[in-house]
Design a protein around this ligand. Sequence first.
Ligand code: UD1
Length: 425
Amino acid sequence: MTASFMEKLIVQGGAPLSGKVNISGSKNSSLPILAATLLTRDHCVIRRVPDLSDTNYMLRILGELGAEVERASGVVSVKAGKVRHTAPYDLVRKMRASICVLGPLTGRLRRCTVSLPGGCVIGDRPVDLHLRGMEALGADVQVDGGDIRITARGGLRGATMNLMGKHGSTVLGTDNVMMAAVLAKGTTVIEGAAAEPEVEDLANFLIKMGARIEGAGTNRIVIEGVRELHGAEHSVIADRIEAGTFLCAGAMIGRGITLNRVNPAHLSVVIASLRQCGFVIEEGSDSLSIKPNKKAKGFDLTTLCYPGFPTDMQAQFCALACVIHDGSSITETIFPQRFMHVAELKRMGADIDLQGASARIRGGTPLKGAPVMASDLRASAALVLAALVAKGKTEIHRLYHIDRGYEHLDEKLAALGARLERLPS
Ligand code: UD1
């Protein structure tokens, strides 16, 4: 059990935020990029890896699979000289994203057994599209006793496939197929590919390793298989979801904050949504500034695949809507059950009506501090945002959800002026 499992965050609401914050490297880029180091025997160096329980867990998985792993703050080096082909349940069960070892193990070893990830509070999280992709590459896929067993004795063969699912394209599914296809024989075309910046970042790392990939960052990726990959160095992109969360914080309370080390292009729809509400955002080449606006208007938004509004920002915008003196609505199309934050925000006095996958928020009712329970990563972020503006003290339990995905969130917020402390639960 990690320390943060038993910790809670105490937030004294109402302290104004101001100043500058550095955004960390992307968690969702780091996880598949670290997994991709399994594709070569050579040494790889990955920079700007955020210090989070999820990235640390991925390094543990790489170590257990046989890789030599070293970490010195944000710089991780991996040498996967020999690799085991089995990732058992005990090893992968704590993190759904562990599934992204499936692609590199299949690509390199042509066989692997990876335990099926379980569901989580935001939905049942199937992997059918990942498996469909592996089958399209000529692998035999069996699901048995909770394990996915993949064999491709004759090797993988490039193929044309469509990875579009009923809730849109799949990010880690696209990553997995791309990581297997780079070592397949011939050409692979992924139609309906996820276009998220994190997929493009992974492709850029694979290209540095010698892979031949075109179209990453669009819905059609073309991969020309190569015989082998070599070591490479890479610096992961800025975390656009951490940045979006700080933009919400800056919109909700204080005298204005500036985010440094961001890529504004990856936040276009989030920035546009905030501007539509009336928030003024100043954009530099790698910085963003925002101030609250008492006259901000409500919004109606629907989560979509990139470049649409990210599901990973939905909970934070729900918290933002609570402080805008107007009505707002949010519809979730990617994970229709992803509304665990709503009941907790209501405990703080929020006026939210949840109907299926849509929430209507009547903003402006004052939020009051209360003990609340974090349920998943982004829901926890929404609770922290609400706590920053609430009157009085909020206790957020199950802090380990936040530590999965926000590097030093409490220190960063404290440096901006927030009054908060971490205590044993
Ligand atoms: C990634 C992100 C997560 C983000 C999500 C959607 C990482 C580590 N995680 O998760 O933060 O919320 O993208 O942007 O990058 N689906 C299927 N079959 C599959 C796979 C997915 O039906 O085989 C469905 C899912 O249930 C969901 C939708 O497709 O409704 C998108 O999921 P997906 O993009 O695969 O999410 P992840 O890659 O797991």
